[in-house]
Design a protein around this ligand. Structure first.
Ligand code: BES
Ligand code: ZN
Length: 382
């Protein structure tokens, strides 16, 4: 069904003039501001353990784990044998709760209004590159404004470069430990897409919401002058919608360098409360680490003001799956059960103002979870 829409849209685009000449040359870039070769062959994997297959990009709908550039991810060659982490019950309430009280919807509102004002954040578009540069500059401003001078010395941010225009963004708060090299990652994806990539894609919920959710958590941690024992990283991945491309590249790089990631938590879609449903947090239980997911559920109970419900995507639906594939424990929390999640995603209607079901208060609950995840697993120094 989805595939047929994509195919018919694709044929529409190819028959639409600018000029017949241009059409006959089968240009690789079919629209200004997009660097997209629709004839490229991509290797995709439909389900875990299933054989992969080659497919032309123009025939690709969504729901594909595109493994073309990361075929070795998790095959054990580059990932060292790791000692499996255990996750004792959360016990840092004294540190976490005061930070939760400082979380606000104001920053997320301003940030999301700006982030959704880009026509699309598609990873191969000029505006997708511009939105990424804006994100980086916003992180830089928040850091300069919020973190004390001594805390700033512990913070670095960088672009993780990709071959397509939009880079992933990585912020690191250096841990104090000299003996524990474990790293805790909080992630979201910064790119958006329309089912047909050339059309507008505000991506307010998918995944503008997760992007600003974790940014607010980062701001609150800095405001609290939080100093972790283990290094904490915040990641904003590029090209999730292209088949988890950005997160696969980052996870592959970390595995190749034997980086000791002890836990990764993904935030993708945190804003929607479907009319007539109970407000809750959806805990994804497929393509995740069961122990870390169990720990994550304890965090929801302890720190969020809404209950959780276990749910499934049924496929490798977001960046947590890249980390899991690389052999690292990951967990994934969404706005509701999968069934009650926002159905406007991948369309021009994935907007803040599409309905009252889009809720910044709901989003704030997830900022609490990200703060708790960082502090409980990262530890703290006084
Ligand atoms: N945010 C979605 C996944 C999602 C959908 C999570 C509904 C929770 C509720 C994600 O950005 C996405 O669109 N993923 C693709 C698959 C990916 C491998 C390209 C999808 O679901 O089609
Ligand atoms: Zn999506």
């Amino acid at each position: 069904m989805k595939l047929s829409i994509v195919l018919s849209l694709a044929s529409l685009a190819f028959t639409a003039p600018p000029s017949l000449d241009k059409f006959e040359q089968q240009p690789l870039t079919v629209q200004d501001g997009f660097d997209l070769d629709l004839n490229a062959q991509r290797l995709i994997q439909l389900a875990e353990g299933q054989a992969s297959e080659w497919i032309e990009l123009k025939a690709l709908g969504l729901k594909f784990f595109d493994i073309t550039d990361n075929q070795d991810l998790g095959n054990g060659i580059q990932s060292p044998a790791r000692v499996k982490s255990s996750f004792p019950p959360p016990n840092a309430t004294e540190k976490v709760i005061p930070i939760l009280k400082t979380l606000s919807t104001q920053g997320p509102k301003e940030n999301l209004e700006k982030f959704t004002s880009f026509r699309t954040r598609y990873y191969r578009s000029d505006t997708g590159r511009a939105s990424q540069k804006w994100l980086l500059s916003r992180i830089s401003e928040i850091t300069a404004k919020t973190a004390s001078a001594s805390l700033q010395k512990l913070i670095t941010f960088r672009e993780f470069k990709h071959s397509w225009g939009q880079n992933s963004v990585i912020v690191r708060i250096q841990g104090s430990s000299t003996t524990d090299d474990g790293i805790v990652i909080v992630g979201a994806h910064q790119d958006s897409t329309n089912l047909w990539p050339f059309l507008p894609a505000p991506g307010a919920d998918d995944d503008g919401s997760g992007s600003v959710t974790i940014l607010e958590s980062y701001r609150a941690l800095l405001a609290a002058d939080y100093r972790p024992v283990r290094t904490i990283e915040f990641h904003w991945y590029s090209a999730e919608e292209g088949g988890l491309l950005g997160s696969q590249a980052v996870a592959q790089d970390y595995a190749a360098n034997s980086v000791n990631v002890i836990a990764m938590s993904q935030f993708d879609m945190t804003a929607w409360v479907k009319r007539g449903t109970r407000e809750e947090a959806g805990i994804i239980i497929d393509y995740v680490d069961p122990d870390l997911t169990n720990f994550n559920m304890q965090l929801v109970d302890l720190y969020m003001d809404i209950p959780f419900v276990q749910t499934q995507c049924g496929y490798a639906c977001s960046d947590h799956a890249s980390w899991r594939k690389a052999g690292y424990p990951s967990t994934f929390t969404i706005e509701s059960s999968f069934e009650n999640s926002n159905k406007n995603i991948h369309s021009v209607n994935d907007r803040i103002d599409v309905s009252e079901e889009f809720s910044f208060e709901h989003m704030l609950e997830f900022s609490k979870l990200a703060v708790a995840f960082a502090v409980e697993l990262g530890g703290y120094t006084d």
